[in-house]
Every structure is written in structure tokens, then in C-alpha cells.
Design a protein around this ligand. Structure first.
Ligand SMILES: [Zn+2]
Ligand SMILES: [Zn+2]
Ligand SMILES: [Zn+2]
Length: 230
């Protein structure tokens, strides 16, 4: 027997909001307003009339003109809004058209190479690649700077990297620094030898050509020598 109140009875504890918790945010998104709340687009001007209510009026048999006059907007505006909410195919067509329009009209050429970029105002002038080229400080005529050891080295001293287009597709860290880092991490991951207990290479770092012996190098040679003599 518990002294908990029965399910759904009057004993339901009132929910107390946490004093430091911010009030719940209204859901983001185009048509995701909470129940009973008029959905509002994420960007752009707020709607000039309640779209959900217009749908209801239309269902009650009102003409487009009558709904439009009650809100003081044009009949086609009402029709479009109602169809967007009731006809998924139409809504998708409208979104596709909107996206296409944005692609064609809200773009401008990159200042340096001319590829179309989104018009983000005065501060955005170049595409990602040209922006990198414009602001880069680790690239010279024939050399690149390593971001680990800060030395200027020829291109070949850096592994290939498709991402780093502003660095002639070369990695930000030189081969020497990468090898050093790999060595250090391998050392940190070493495991004890099965035979003598001394640290040995982690089997995960070994080539998979041979089955793992579980032995350090010295013990492995020892075992091999024994196998050959017997
Ligand atoms: Zn560009
Ligand atoms: Zn380096
Ligand atoms: Zn050993």
C-alpha cells in the first residue's frame, strides 16, 4: 500500500516552474505554431490576416471575396493562404517556386571569381574559396606555413587535403608534425605485453596481416628463436 494519490485524482501536484529556467520558447518553423496559436513564418512580415481562421470560414462556405473583404485583403491572397494550408501539393509547389526565385534573385557574383553567392549584405563579398584566399596568412608563392611548428615548408611537405582549397589543397599541419603526433598518441595507447608485462604496441595500431601475438618485440623474437631451435 502506498500513500500516493490515485491516478488522475485531485492529488495531482501543481507544476512549479524552476526559478532560473527561462520560459519555454515558442516552436520554430513555418507552420508549427502551438495548438490554437496562429502559425507565423520564421522570416518576413507577419501575416496580414489569421490564415487558420480563413480556412475555417472557407469550410463554412464563405466565398473568397467575402473572406477577403472581412480582412481588407485581396481574394487571391486569401485563396493562396487557404490552399497552402489545405492542399499539400500546392504548398510544395509554392515552396519550390519560392526557393527557385530566391536562387535566381537573391544571389550576386563573387567579387573575385564570379560564382553566384547568397547576397548577405555588404560584408559578404566572396565565395568560401575566394574568402579563404583573400584572408590567408599561411600561404606564400612556393611555400606553406605549418600551423603546428610555424615553419615555412615546400608544398610537398604537407599531405594532400581536398578541403583546404585556399592552401593549394594541402593540409594545415606538415608531415613531420603529423608523424610526431601519431607517434605520441601510439605511445599513449600502448598495452602491456602478455609475457613480460612491458608496454607494447596496441593491437589496433598494428597491420592486420598477421594475427596478434600479444607479445612485445623482445618476447616475440624470443618465442620465435625457441620455435626454430626445437
Ligand atoms: Zn569566388
Ligand atoms: Zn610542422
Ligand atoms: Zn614482453
Amino acid at each position: 500500500m502506498t500513500n500516493r494519490p490515485a491516478e488522475g485524482a485531485q492529488g495531482e501536484r501543481p507544476r512549479v516552474a524552476h526559478p532560473h529556467r527561462p520560459p519555454p520558447r515558442r516552436p520554430r518553423g513555418r507552420r508549427t505554431g502551438a495548438a490554437g496559436e496562429e502559425a507565423r513564418p520564421l522570416m518576413g512580415a507577419p501575416p496580414r490576416f489569421p490564415h487558420g481562421q480563413a480556412v475555417e470560414l472557407r469550410e463554412r462556405g464563405w466565398t473568397w471575396r467575402r473572406i477577403a473583404e472581412s480582412y481588407g485583403v485581396t481574394p487571391s491572397a486569401v485563396e493562396q493562404a487557404v490552399r497552402r494550408l489545405t492542399d499539400p501539393e500546392y504548398a510544395q509547389r509554392q515552396r519550390d517556386y519560392h526557393r527557385q526565385w530566391q536562387r535566381e534573385n537573391r544571389r550576386k557574383p563573387c567579387k573575385d571569381c564570379g560564382t553566384p553567392i547568397w547576397d548577405g549584405g555588404e560584408s559578404r563579398q566572396r565565395c568560401v574559396t575566394c574568402n579563404g584566399i583573400h584572408h590567408r596568412t599561411t600561404v606564400r608563392e612556393t611555400t606553406l606555413r605549418c600551423c603546428e611548428c610555424y615553419h615555412w615548408k615546400p608544398n610537398e611537405d604537407f599531405p594532400h587535403s581536398e578541403r583546404n582549397r585556399a592552401r593549394r589543397n594541402r593540409h594545415v599541419v606538415c608531415r613531420g608534425c603529423q608523424a610526431f603526433a601519431r607517434q605520441r598518441s601510439r605511445k599513449a595507447r600502448r598495452v602491456p605485453c602478455r609475457c613480460c608485462g612491458k608496454p607494447r604496441t596496441n593491437p589496433a595500431d598494428n597491420s592486420k596481416r598477421h594475427p596478434d601475438s600479444g607479445l612485445c618485440r623482445a618476447c616475440w623474437h624470443e618465442a620465435r628463436r625457441e620455435a626454430l631451435t626445437t
